[in-house]
Design a protein around this ligand. Structure first.
Ligand SMILES: Cc1ncc(COP(=O)(O)O)c(C=O)c1O
Length: 357
């Protein structure tokens, strides 16, 4: 495990945190990991106090959006220390996203080591209660100053952390989702598989409109055929139809390869469920609802792990799912994954990276 140099803060903000009202992404912990890329290589990387950074108006990323990020969590383990859930997957996905927007890769093992050391340095920032966690946000962006559509020659990779509660105000209560039929998020051959800022910018207007109508997020329909289900704003989507777990496949290249998605599919197979990754049309989902065989719908993502969908709204009609209650399949995945994350259930798949302190 690499050991990065640490400059400790002399001005901790720990006392400013309202631990009973954490919400999501409001507080930033005292330290960040920073490494810079220049002259064709990444520097040694340091852990330094969180703070403002000098920036010029010509910062290329502001203009051309050459930026990618990740999101993962560290949990206070019941028997001491902390657990990070599958950080190797996030480090790998970061490099996949990097390749799609011409950002040079960063050594994945080194990034995992940096994240573990950062969590240890800010261990007091890991919340105490189940359902809460320390969110890790690596962000990587072009840091040269110039105008012109070309890749930056310099980059920064920063990992910040933030103590968080549930992403959705609803917690594990089912959310209502609006099927977006006008706008699209991604197309085959585009950047849908990259965790890059532009995808989230593209989702803002539809998300805002959905919020105004009382829905938590939108369900994206594919941008080419305008009929296949893609994903939700910040989650992959799963359907239980006739006891089969079905989720859109990654093959069209339009959705994010979620770490939670992969974990749920793996567990589903282990539980003996029929698990299928394939294109699924919205029509098929609505037909399954009509025929009474749409048992459950839920989103999967780091922020909420499992987020049951209690209602889909499409073309002026509400489709209620499982009586607006969490279903047994969603509950079992939630219990299993969160059990592993907090160290209550043994990790038999090497998904947990433990940090001793
Ligand atoms: C667009 C999008 N899809 C899916 C996901 C779920 O991915 P993961 O399970 O790795 O958090 C996220 C969250 O990161 C997301 O932003």
């Amino acid at each position: 495990m690499s050991e990065f140099k640490v400059s400790e803060t002399v001005n901790s903000k720990l006392k400013t945190v309202d631990w009973n009202n954490l919400r999501f992404g409001v507080y930033f912990s005292d330290h960040v990991f920073i490494t810079k890329y220049k002259d064709g290589k990444w520097d040694e990387g340091n852990i330094v106090p969180y703070g403002s950074m000098p920036m010029e108006p010509g910062l290329c990323t502001l203009h051309y959006g050459q930026t990618i990020f990740e999101g993962l969590k560290a949990f206070r383990a019941v028997n001491g220390g902390a657990n990070i859930f599958r950080p190797d997957k996030n480090a790998h996905r970061l490099n996949n996203s990097a390749a799609m927007v011409c950002i040079p890769p960063y050594d994945e093992d080194k990034l995992v080591s940096a994240m573990k050391q950062l969590v240890k340095v800010d261990k007091q920032w890991i919340p105490q209660h189940k359902g809460q966690s320390l969110y890790l946000r690596p962000v990587m962006f072009g840091s040269s100053n110039f105008l012109g559509v070309t890749a930056s020659s310099e980059y920064m990779l920063i990992v910040m952390t933030s103590p968080v509660a549930s992403y959705y105000a609803e917690g594990l209560n089912p959310i209502k989702i609006l099927v977006e039929t006008e706008r699209v998020r991604a197309v085959t051959g585009g950047l849908g598989m990259a965790k890059t800022a532009g995808n989230y910018a593209a989702s803002l207007l539809a998300g805002q409109k959905a919020h105004q109508k009382g829905y938590s997020q939108v369900l994206w329909i594919d941008g080419v055929n305008r009929k296949y289900v893609d994903e939700v704003g910040a989650m992959n989507i799963m359907f239980v139809i006739n006891d089969e777990l079905i989720t859109p496949s990654l093959d069209r290249g339009a959705i994010l390869a979620g770490v939670t998605r992969d974990s749920v599919l793996t567990l589903g197979r282990e539980f003996g469920m029929k698990v299928t990754e394939r294109d699924i049309t919205l029509l098929e989902v609505l037909d399954a609802h009509k025929n009474g065989v749409l048992q459950e719908v839920f989103g999967t993502g780091t922020a909420a792990v499992i987020s049951p969908v209690g209602m889909l709204h499409h073309s002026g009609k509400d489709y209620e799912i499982n009586g607006m209650k969490i279903g047994p399949v969603a509950q079992k995945f939630y219990d299993t994954i969160t059990g592993m994350q907090y160290g209550e259930i043994p990790d038999t798949r090497a998904w947990i990276q433990h940090i001793d302190f």
